[in-house]
Design a protein around this ligand. Structure first.
Ligand SMILES: [Zn+2]
Length: 263
């Protein structure tokens, strides 16, 4: 899928989690619902850091470009080192290491750890990166025509404001984990969810996605998971734009209403 569909599906998934959390008696305060949806929208672009023309690889200028090169090389090296007898030869790292459940969990856990131990600046940094990505993903072309610097400013100011709202008592820093010292521990959840939703989205496209790695399936360790071939579509096709994206918006709206106990 392309950036906007990944971001929309990520946000919709978090709003669905909000509905489930409300049903389970852990209702999200509204800032957690909103900030979580934005983080998931941003995190849903992150696995494509292994591809140099992806939104995330261009979003932070030379920094993300350099990071993209490292991630691509690392992914390719890991692929070569762990490939099973049934896995095909590859020439690059796209859609390998960063497109697995293990990567999603590691990145999410790393962000939770940073948020809990790193204090306010770590929280602000995590919010900034994901808000910039959310703007790029959700506003897409509108963000492309403006300058990168404006998008960064928008990300930085919204990160500052939203962290201020979350910090207030009962507004969100202690959602789900409320023991002393666990403020912002939940921040990794939308990050794991975003990456997983990205992987599922890619699995629906023609080439599939090796989500299960390193768990082997038959002779393959990088089995490209996906539905039967006839049900897959090409990235950016009409199915994605005319069917899936409106469906994500409707599902997200229903999820948000349920999460806030409106329905
Ligand atoms: Zn991808």
């Amino acid at each position: 899928m392309m950036g906007p569909a990944h971001s929309l599906s990520g946000a919709a998934a978090w709003l669905g989690v909000g509905a489930a959390a409300a049903a389970a008696g852990h209702a999200m305060p509204w800032p957690v619902l909103v900030v979580g949806a934005l983080i998931t929208a941003g995190a849903a672009l992150a696995p494509d850091l292994d591809h140099k023309s992806a939104t995330i690889s261009r979003a932070f200028g030379p920094v993300s470009k350099a990071l993209c090169e490292i991630v691509d090389k690392l992914s390719y090296a890991v692929y070569k080192a762990t490939k099973g007898p049934g896995d095909p030869r590859r020439t690059g790292g796209h859609r390998t290491l960063t497109h697995t459940w293990l990567w999603a969990v590691l990145v999410g856990a790393g962000c939770s750890l940073a948020a809990v131990t790193g204090g306010r600046w770590a929280v602000l940094a995590i919010l900034f990166v994901h808000l910039v990505l959310a703007v790029e993903g959700l506003l897409w072309r509108a963000a492309r025509v403006s300058s990168d610097v404006l998008v960064w400013l928008l990300g930085a100011t919204s990160a500052w404001i939203l962290a201020g709202v979350l910090d207030k008592a009962d507004h969100g820093a202690t959602w789900l984990f409320d023991a002393p010292g666990q403020e912002y521990l939940w921040l990794g959840l939308p990050i794991v969810l975003g990456a997983l939703v990205h992987d599922i989205g890619d699995a629906l496209t023609v080439s599939g996605c090796p989500i299960l790695w390193p768990i082997p399936l038959g002779r393959k360790r990088w089995y490209a998971l996906g539905p039967p071939k006839a049900m897959r579509f090409r990235a950016g096709s009409w199915v994605e734009i005319k069917v899936l994206m409106p469906a994500f918006m409707i599902l997200g709206g229903v999820g948000a209403a349920a999460a806030l106990n409106v329905i």
